[in-house]
Write a protein that binds this ligand. Sequence first.
Ligand code: AMP
Ligand code: GLY
Length: 426
Amino acid sequence: MNLLVVGGGGREHAIIKKLKENPQAETIYALPGNGGIAADAVCVPEIGAKDIGKIVDFAKSHSIDFAVVAPDDPLALGCVDRLHEAGIPCFGPDAKAARIEASKVFSKNLMKKYGIPTARYEVFDDPAKALAYLRTASFPIVVKADGLALGKGVLIPQNLQEAEAAVKTIMEDRAFGDSGNEIVVEEFLTGPEVSVLAFTDGTAIAPMVSSMDHKRAGEGDTGLNTGGMGTIAPNPCYTPQVAAECMENIFLPTLAAMRAEGCPFKGCLYFGLMLTPDGPKVIEYNCRFGDPETQVVLPLLKTDLLTVMQAVENETLGDLKVEWHGGAAACVILASGGYPGHYEKGKAISLPAAFPENVTVYHAGDKLAEDGTLVTSGGRVLGVTAVGDALEAALKDAYAAAEEIGFEGKYLRRDIGKRALAAMEG
Ligand code: AMP
Ligand code: GLY
């Protein structure tokens, strides 16, 4: 089979490595892919993840048997709709279903209408009305741009002054463009955060192993928000009781709500949950695999990934038993110094000839220089994942491997998994 994966980050690398395990997978194309992915797939750097027309033309001319659309932008732009129109089976939600991530107003209204637990909120399209509301609010409070904003559209003002600045940034300075035409102002919730990715064909659901992201740039969860500096799986806060509660109150009601709204969700649905004193609540939905959650979750998948994705596409997921390995996984992100602010690119990357069998390096932000060597090209450069019988061992091996990799300005958080280990002891 000829396979195509749209995207070019660490998440796509993890998907490609897993797809490769299927003996039926002949050629895997990555659009655009990246320097490190080139070792596992045929990369097409000329075609970006948002070039929907070119992606569809490429899929037709290269006899693609199955496509996976991984990033949020092409999903929201209808890449899956266009591929389906061209008769190409693929994994991912259509544009209508992708609104669950692409519009926070849509997802919040969906949760309210169908009684799915989430933070209380108000929606504003007029900055003056938003400010009038904020003058009566208690702090901290959460201000979110409606649309996609590279994970940066969430601000948590601690006082009225910061709230006024947040409204100005999003609605008047338009820091996130049209994504800020509307804002959601919502109640600040507290509790441990859990990411749960789930395969779903619209009706049946197979939640993946739970995980924990580390979104802030600095140790001890300080500094700016990033795309994610590391992940661990499973998340120790996500006990079987919590999982059962989420299935009944959140997962199944969400799928039913999407069906009732005429936009059944097929693909990977990502539940960003907070385990509040009042029970689990939805912080956000994503219409795709998380990054870097995928880099710890997929290594623990026992069932063949392509088989699962085909079952989602064919709406036969209910007939398939999706199985997982025991043990744990940890991923440490190696970033360019300065990320998520300004950073330099083009730094030579040195990698050891081989890693232990339980270690995999996923390439996120690198490219091949003219002489064929790898150089940095993004903020998050590599994700070093190790699997082990227990989290402590996985973390030890991921950090040991991370030490073996060098590039100028390499930055990593040294405390990935620390909170999870503390939660396991507590
Ligand atoms: P999001 O981009 O929606 O994932 O939000 C980014 C981060 O902001 C989340 O991972 C949370 O840590 C935090 N956050 C978002 N919404 C809330 C909320 N209602 N209460 C507390 N923290 C929140
Ligand atoms: N790691 C968070 C996300 O993928 O949105």
